[in-house]
Design a protein around this ligand. Sequence first.
Ligand SMILES: [Ca+2]
Length: 202
Amino acid sequence: MLKVTLLLGILSAFYMQEYLVAALNGEASTSPNNKDRPVGPGLESIRFLLDAVQRSLLLAKTACNASEESLEKHFQGFEKIGSRYFFIEHDHEVNWWAASNICRQKGGFLATPRNLEELNQIIAKLVNKQRYWVGINNLGEDDKYVSQATGLPAYLKWGTGQPSRVYGNAAEHCVELKSEDGFYMNDKLCENKTKYICELDY
Ligand SMILES: [Ca+2]
């Protein structure tokens, strides 16, 4: 709705600016559908059009402001990291399922870093020696780690000896970022509780 209002405001302003130019050039009397408008050229005609342009621009500005407020509300709690928006929970610890639900309630998903660059940008925001759930699991097929948001294979950066599913911990189906000597990915029991990272878009 805001986009439509904004578009109408801008289109109206442009249309009337063209009409104003025509009026100044003495061509206004040739424009169609002008029964309700003064016919130019003439000072009154130009004043009328200027007022109309100002009203349209005000309408567009109002729509812009409302749109920005809506976006700010939508992004509340998220911060831009790289090219996307993420929410990092530094205090509250929950299991993977609860973390996933919280991210969905915020309008996003548990985060799945797209590549090493984005992963490093996220890691730079994390607190050392802490753990954070991300949106990756192998709940579908043992050897397929997918993004919860897209269902597609996830970018992976396993720590040494991970995923430990391979070494007998078959019940570890959910992935966290774990810090010891730098953050890396670790498969872990989904029921364990830890901090988490949400992404707004995917
Ligand atoms: Ca593990």
